[in-house]
Design a protein around this ligand. Structure first.
Ligand SMILES: CC(C)(COP(=O)(O)OP(=O)(O)OC[C@H]1O[C@@H](n2cnc3c(N)ncnc32)[C@H](O)[C@@H]1OP(=O)(O)O)[C@@H](O)C(=O)NCCC(=O)NCCS
Length: 226
């Protein structure tokens, strides 16, 4: 078969070249086969896109699936098996205090000491600890502390749900009021608790064994629930 003239051939050489154009016919046939296979590929892509659109539309018209019980938020009292998870949650949630107080907020021994005096109520999501609050009955009053929500869940309503759980716990225990205290340096906190119905009742000196980086005192707050 005659070769196609290359770019380096002169016009005279091209004119003198043999007139066998079978190479051109073969090239045209190959191009045509190639074009048909591209068209087949295009139609397969179009059909896949149509199927994907149909499936998405079908999914949107399905009724919303309800959360399975394991996805829902659950509340339960903590036991000794929760000490490690509680320490991690509390220290992570209270990291916001580090400008005012040195070191971690608690430790395994610290959590176990709280458990001897009262209970931690836990909020769990898919068996992952999302929040906690400590509740301690003191006669006909309740003391509430260490309210903590896992950092990525803060601002989503979980703090309020934990406070509701604590208040229900104290109501069922026959308490008439709930007391808590906040560190004065945490300036947004009194407004948070006021929003939930607590009022300031006084101040108390800061714990001498807590390494404060700035002068601090406790602001005492209470709510009547009886
Ligand atoms: C404080 C903390 C527990 C709040 O939990 P949260 O899940 O972020 O709070 P929520 O989203 O449930 O907010 C509850 C309500 O308080 C309101 N609120 C939040 N911050 C507020 C503020 N500074 N002032 C007034 N209202 C506030 C919210 O708008 C929400 O109102 P609504 O329920 O009427 O809509 C959480 O931010 C946290 O773990 N912080 C670190 C640990 C800590 O400081 N604990 C308290 C120690 S005393």
């Amino acid at each position: 078969m005659a070769k196609p003239p290359s770019a380096s051939h002169t016009d005279a050489e091209i004119l003198a070249a043999p007139t066998d154009l079978s190479w051109l016919v073969m090239a045209t046939q190959r191009l045509s086969v190639f074009r048909q296979s591209i068209m087949g590929f295009d139609s397969r892509i179009l059909s896949l896109q149509r199927n994907a659109r149909y499936n998405a539309a079908a999914r949107m018209s399905e009724p919303a699936k309800s959360l399975s019980p394991s996805d829902a938020l659950r509340f339960r009292p903590a036991d000794l098996g929760d000490v490690g998870a509680l320490v991690r949650l509390i220290n992570s949630a209270f990291r916001v205090e580090q400008p005012f107080i040195a070191g971690d907020r608690t430790s395994p021994d610290g959590v176990r000491a709280y458990m001897e005096r009262g209970k931690f109520l836990l909020a769990e999501d898919c068996s992952v600890l999302a929040g906690c609050v400590f509740v301690e009955r003191r006669g006909d009053r309740g003391y509430l502390g260490l309210l903590g929500v896992e950092a990525s869940r803060q601002g989503t309503g979980l703090g309020r749900k934990l406070m509701d759980a604590a208040e229900n716990f104290f109501r069922e225990a026959g308490c008439i009021s709930i007391d808590l205290r906040v560190i004065s340096a945490r300036t947004p906190l009194p407004a948070f608790y006021r929003h939930l119905g607590y009022v300031e009742t006084g101040n108390a000196p800061f714990a001498s064994d807590v390494p404060a980086k700035v002068p601090c005192h406790y602001i005492l707050m209470s709510k009547t629930i009886g």
